[in-house]
Write a protein that binds this ligand. Structure first.
Ligand code: ADP
Ligand code: ASP
Ligand code: MG
Length: 428
């Protein structure tokens, strides 16, 4: 008997009809002779709605209470899903993150899983039940409090369960048929991939492709979990996320795995840009600035420093960071303005980041030239550039990001003839 872990995202369980559709799928998997463990997200946009609600009662909610609030979303869907399965004549038992043994560190809102002790899940499986686990939440042993794993964290719950229970596969269900060469909501002619390497998936996820949560991909890579990303709205085969050892094995078996130079394009509208104007062009200033920003708890992404005009001896530094971190960084920088000695500071939240990802970039020249040419032909201005071994990212105006993604997708020959099917969800 194989053990299969399935994760259903918010868009798959958005309403009663969705819960019943998912329940039927789970029952079918059980009927086929498998043990089934399910990680489920909160219904539809519940988590966003709970956050809006918290915002109305407290500008800066206490992190412990926010986790108590947000974790309730998944409790609703897990119980409803178990009830729906009962109504179809099957035994199902739901468990909160702490009941499921999802042990995390104490960092509210972004907790990391440190251990999984699925004793109760194993017992329930041995008694023939289908197991439903609330995604996105855990428990810290020292504080004895409930934690949440960060937005999109139910994917990590599923992968961690798959690793702890030795599942054959971790199926992650959403509202699209798999992993595409770009977000199909942004690039309608995006192409569904049969497979993607975990290395490339990590870069796409880190740069805005929320179809899989980055920490889940990391966890799967480290623990050798096979992820199958697919849609709960169709029975189409989705996309397999293949780690290095599996890829080597398939190659040794003579599998002709396609290896395009560019795997895909990711877009990200969640960052802002801060420019510090008129910094004395002397050693140590960049160190001062980024120490202040780091101490404020902000995560810097891209950095650009312009050359100082010889006559003024002053330079400018621009950097990008998650919008949510911007006010922390700005307040800290303003407080140290005199000490650092810069003239002024600008904040810009109208930027978008476009990233092109592909393992083939390591060995192929001219990949970035094609990106710049495509943007230039479309009259789109590039404000910042950064590269890694297998990625090139550019910052453009936010209102040009979708167009930029489409022209770049076409330039790399990634377009599919047909339009991708996006089944549900609001894309929020
Ligand atoms: P869920 O609610 O099931 O967790 P998400 O909304 O988190 O689903 O993820 C699915 C969404 O991810 C899709 O609707 C799509 O808009 C977006 N997405 C972004 N990049 C990609 C990509 N490369 N391939 C597929 N979907 C993508
Ligand atoms: N409900 C949480 C969120 O919206 C976790 C998840 O869906 O993965 O981020
Ligand atoms: Mg998700």
């Amino acid at each position: 008997m194989a053990l299969i872990v399935q994760k259903y995202g918010g868009s798959s369980v958005a309403d009663a009809e969705g819960i019943l559709r998912v329940a039927k799928r789970i029952v079918d998997t059980r009927r086929a002779g498998n043990e089934v463990v399910v990680a489920v997200s909160a219904m539809g946009d519940t988590t966003d709605e709970l956050l809006d609600l918290a915002d109305k009662v407290a500008p800066v909610p206490a992190p412990r209470e926010l986790d108590m609030l947000l974790s309730s979303g998944e409790r609703i869907s897990m119980a409803l899903l178990a009830m729906a399965i009962h109504s179809m004549g099957f035994e199902a038992r739901s468990f909160t993150g702490s009941q499921a043994g999802m042990i995390t560190d104490a960092k509210h809102g972004a907790a990391r899983i440190v251990d999984v002790t699925p004793v109760r899940l194993r017992e329930a499986l041995d008694e023939g039940a289908i197991v439903i686990v609330a995604g996105f939440q855990g428990f810290n042993r020292d504080t004895r409090d409930i934690t949440t794993l960060g937005r999109g964290g139910s994917d990590t719950t599923a992968v961690a369960l798959a690793a702890a229970l030795g599942a054959e596969v971790c199926e992650i269900y959403s509202d699209v048929d798999g992993i595409y060469t770009a977000d199909p909501r942004v690039v309608p002619h995006a192409h569904k991939m049969d497979r993607i390497s975990s290395e490339e998936m990590l870069e796409l996820a880190a740069n805005g492709a929320k179809v899989l949560y980055i920490r889940a991909v990391e966890f799967a890579r480290r623990h050798g979990v096979l992820i199958h990303a697919r849609s709960s709205f169709s029975s189409n085969q989705g996309t397999l996320v293949i780690n290095e050892s599996l890829s080597e094995k398939l190659k040794a078996e003579g599998d002709p795995m396609e290896e395009p130079i560019v795997a895909g394009v990711a877009t990200d509208l969640s960052h802002a840009k801060i420019t510090i104007v008129g910094i004395p062009d002397v050693p140590g200033k960049a160190a001062d600035i980024f120490t202040i920003v780091a101490k404020a708890g902000a995560n810097v992404d891209m950095i650009v420093q312009n050359v100082s005009a010889a006559k003024t001896g002053l330079a400018d530094i621009s950097f990008t960071l998650p919008m949510a971190d911007a006010s922390l960084a700005i307040n800290a920088l303003i407080a140290s303005q005199e000490e650092v000695g810069f003239e002024s500071l600008q904040h810009d939240d109208g930027i978008g980041k476009l990233s092109v990802v592909g393992a083939g970039m390591r060995t192929n020249a001219g990949v970035s030239a094609k990106l710049f040419e495509a943007l230039s032909n479309a009259g789109i201005n590039i404000e910042m550039i950064s590269t890694s071994e297998i990625r090139i990212s550019v910052v453009v105006r936010a209102d040009k990001l979708a167009e930029a993604a489409r022209v770049v997708h076409t330039a790399y020959g990634l377009d599919d003839e047909a339009e991708a099917a996006v089944h549900g969800g609001t894309g929020r």
